[in-house]
Design a protein around this ligand. Sequence first.
Ligand code: DGI
Ligand code: FE
Ligand code: FE
Length: 400
Amino acid sequence: MAKIGIMGGTFNPIHNVHLIMAEEARQQFHLKQVLFMPSKNPPHKKKKNIASDEHRRRMIEHAIASNPSFAFSDLELAREGTTYTRDTLEQLGLLYPNDKIYFIVGGDSLAAMEEWHEPEYIFKNCHILAANRDDTDDKKIRKQFDYYRKKYGAKLSEIEMPSISVSSKLIRKKLKEGGSIANYVPACVDRYIRFNGLCGFKGPVFEGVPDDAQMIRYLSACLNPKRFLHTLGVAATAANIAAVFGYPVRDAYAAGLLHDCAKYFTGKELIRICGQEGIPLSEVEKENTALIHGKLGAHLAETKYNIQKEEILSAIAYHTTGRPDMGTLEKIIYLADYMEPGRIMQCSPYSLAEIRKACFQDLDRAVAMVLKCCVTHLKHTNIPIDPLTEETYYYYRDCL
Ligand code: DGI
Ligand code: FE
Ligand code: FE
């Protein structure tokens, strides 16, 4: 039997006291794992000003990434209708039949638990861990414990907590007032909030063009770790190819860093955001949303990272499909994206080793080789080929 902690909440946004609460619960009650489970439609909250499910999910994933005992759970986000803890516990019982569930709540929610849907079921099917979020509450918590024990036979324990008072509400207030939330949330969450304009933050992300280190920090706050590593690989590779062909290395590096800067959104989000930003999408793009991130990436590079150089913006915009008669930087990014050191896929009719060599010898021939591999792969996997990919292939195939 293992003990599993459930850390529920709206997480709008997740903050350091959530993380401290979960970690104290884990240590004090020897939990094997704590699942962070954002709620979808809690009965007591209006949804209006809550960051989207996807944004809250990504903020949590970034915030918990460094604790190997923490995991994200979409059990509640994936369930339609009003989110009742009772239903979550029923699902958890089926998923973890041999384990014991510890439900972590803030001491301030304890009193309201009796008004939750079917409190008898809740108290029967989990052990409640209540965190004292303000040490004057101690007596109140114990009184509440006694009451629930007598009335429901509930199992409850107190999590010892340092007394710090941070709430998502306080963080939203600070953001609305243009204040700093540094040290209230993990740095990655602070950056994620600002870059995506969440929780009341309005205003530019950067004054002027950020330097590489700043860009890298913001990219790692938005992209998942695998995508982030790929991004670093593309930037370094692009800079190397640029050096060989006498193209400005710094621009190639920046374009490489930013080429996938919109790659963290789901297909639905990409369509929605392009709609909001007035970026037109073709039917093919709406059907194959993997094609959209270049266009939106160029838009984010311009509006959020304040990049003005046309060459960089169009290299980002066209890096997925390519286009006929590409400029030098467009070719460099198109190639680096395909063959950076993190890429390990099999491709045909050319091997990655052959393509890597060609990239440093003849850009047009290397572009033609990559296009031929892409078209071959898309045909093989029955993915419809974008008209622009096809056009680009016909334009370059004579270079083989
Ligand atoms: O973003 P990356 O994964 O680094 O690479 P990318 O920008 O080349 O995007 C790859 C995705 O784009 C992959 O899911 C396949 C898709 N893709 C590339 N060319 C085409 C395409 N999808 C369609 N439908 N048609 C294309 O021509
Ligand atoms: Fe891409
Ligand atoms: Fe890429």
